[in-house]
Design a protein around this ligand. Structure first.
Ligand code: CIR
Length: 254
């Protein structure tokens, strides 16, 4: 899926620094995060998307990483069940937003699933088993999507927070991915652009309506992506990165 008409974002709250992170990049700056978030929203608007920005949800400091709360396909929205205890509840706030937009299904206990572990393009669904997504959650998602014609495969996430920390679909049957993921047999049918190890953060990019949104500051990845001939938009992601977030995490696109 790369043609979208809508995106849902949530404004970061001023207590966002209380969110989960493993980063050692230093203390994040709230004002700068807000500016980067606004630039992100403006980029999506500029690509023709109708962008909804939900208000900050202070009881869940990670809630602006809305991608984790749901998986949206044309047929339905699957409300996730976050694997991190401090995030469990964000999905219910998102369910109230998606209720009018799609028939809802829910990942249920003991399943856990974060949207960041779900890579969907065309009718392919790759689900990462991570610290956040367990086998039960992955199986529930597969059971929900397979009847609509989605081919679902699961794999272990051996590095990074989520599967999509290390892989993105960039169009033209091509994946941008780490060397480690490039070895997996499930990705054999696709063309590959392999990330340099020192630019692995740039594995989280977005293909939206024929344009690639990429994080600023990763010149080797930018050069690789230029070979595809699609317009590239660079966005500053320094502050979300300090909270283990990437470009895809900041929106739900559909
Ligand atoms: C967390 O650890 O859950 C947040 N601080 C970051 C979530 C990033 N989301 C994503 O990659 N989809």
């Amino acid at each position: 899926m790369s043609d979208f008409t809508h995106a849902i974002l949530r404004k970061p709250g001023s207590n966002f620094h209380l969110g989960l992170t493993t980063s050692t990049l230093g203390a994040p700056d709230f004002e700068l995060l807000l500016r980067q978030h606004e630039a992100y929203a403006a980029a999506l608007t500029g690509l023709g998307l109708n962008v909804t920005i939900l208000p900050a949800l202070d009881i869940y400091p990670d809630a602006y990483f809305v991608e984790d709360a749901a998986v949206i396909v044309p047929e339905r929205a699957v409300i996730s069940r976050p694997g991190a205890a401090t995030r469990d509840g964000e999905q219910l706030a998102m369910a109230t937003v998606l209720y009018d937009l799609r028939p809802l299904r829910f990942i249920l206990k003991p399943g856990t699933l974060d949207g960041g572990d779900v890579l969907i393009f065309d009718r392919n669904v790759f689900i990462g088993l991570s610290q956040r997504t367990n086998e039960e959650g992955a199986q529930q998602l597969a059971d929900i999507l397979q009847p609509s014609g989605y081919a679902c495969q699961t794999m272990d996430v051996e590095a990074g927070l989520h599967l999509k920390s290390s892989i993105a679909y960039v169009g033209q049957s091509t994946l941008l991915l780490t060397e480690e993921l490039a070895q997996k047999s499930c990705f054999a049918p696709f063309k590959k652009l392999v990330l340099d190890a020192d630019e692995s953060y740039a594995g989280n990019v977005l293909l939206i309506n024929g344009h690639l949104l990429i994080p600023r500051g990763f010149p080797k990845t930018r050069n690789k992506l230029q070979s595809l001939g699609q317009p590239i938009i660079e966005l500053d992601m320094s502050e979300a990165r300090k909270m283990d977030g990437g470009l895809s995490c900041l929106s739900l696109r559909f």
